[in-house]
Design a protein around this ligand. Structure first.
Ligand SMILES: [Zn+2]
Length: 185
């Protein structure tokens, strides 16, 4: 195992050759993925820096929900961008639901404090960057689905609200709450 920069987020990740033509990357931010030699050299930048966060979101969600590790190739990038469980990137409600689902996954009891890191957890919401990520958390707090317990510049500590526990299927797509969501994409 060696250390290198993650191809998706540029943070430090671990890397293991899985076969001669591809390697396995494990990143705390992006989860796990395989990437082909061709794509490594051809570079993901041809595909567009602006789309990497979608792949980070996909790989992180697959890791957290214990699904198969995806293999990123030059051929399948577009397919990966639109495969399940990737939400519609223009749909703020869908991204808020992803974030809420992630907090639920980490909450095994009422009162559980979940730590969300500005730098490392933005893929949980398929957020474009850390600013969008923190805005999503603020929005879920405003909607009374999360309670903010503590925060600093780098971390927000949240817990699922009592109403969230009382209505575990609480979705963002009911009319009352969707009218409250009003920030720009
Ligand atoms: Zn990464």
């Amino acid at each position: 195992m060696t250390t290198q920069n993650c191809y998706l987020c540029d943070r430090t990740a671990s890397s293991v050759p899985s076969e001669s033509w591809k390697k396995f990357i494990s990143c705390e931010t992006c989860g796990e993925y395989e990437i082909t030699e061709e794509l490594q050299h051809f570079t993901l930048s041809l595909f567009g820096e602006k789309n990497k966060y979608v792949l980070s979101g996909l790989c992180r969600e697959l890791k957290e929900t214990e699904q198969d590790v995806p293999c990123l190739t030059t051929q399948n990038l577009n397919e990966l961008m639109s495969r399940s469980p990737v939400p519609d990137m223009e749909d703020i409600n869908a991204k808020l639901e992803k974030l809420l689902a992630a907090v639920k996954r980490k909450s095994d009891h009422f009162g559980k404090i979940v730590e969300l890191q500005r730098d490392g957890d933005y893929p949980l919401a398929y957020a474009k960057n850390d600013k969008e990520f923190f805005a999503f958390i603020d929005q879920l707090v405003a909607m009374k689905l999360l309670e903010l317990k503590e925060e600093d510049n780098r971390t927000k500590f949240v817990m699922l609200s009592a109403s969230c526990w009382a209505h575990p299927s609480n979705k963002m797509d009911n009319e009352e709450s969707s009218t409250e969501i009003g920030f720009k994409v």
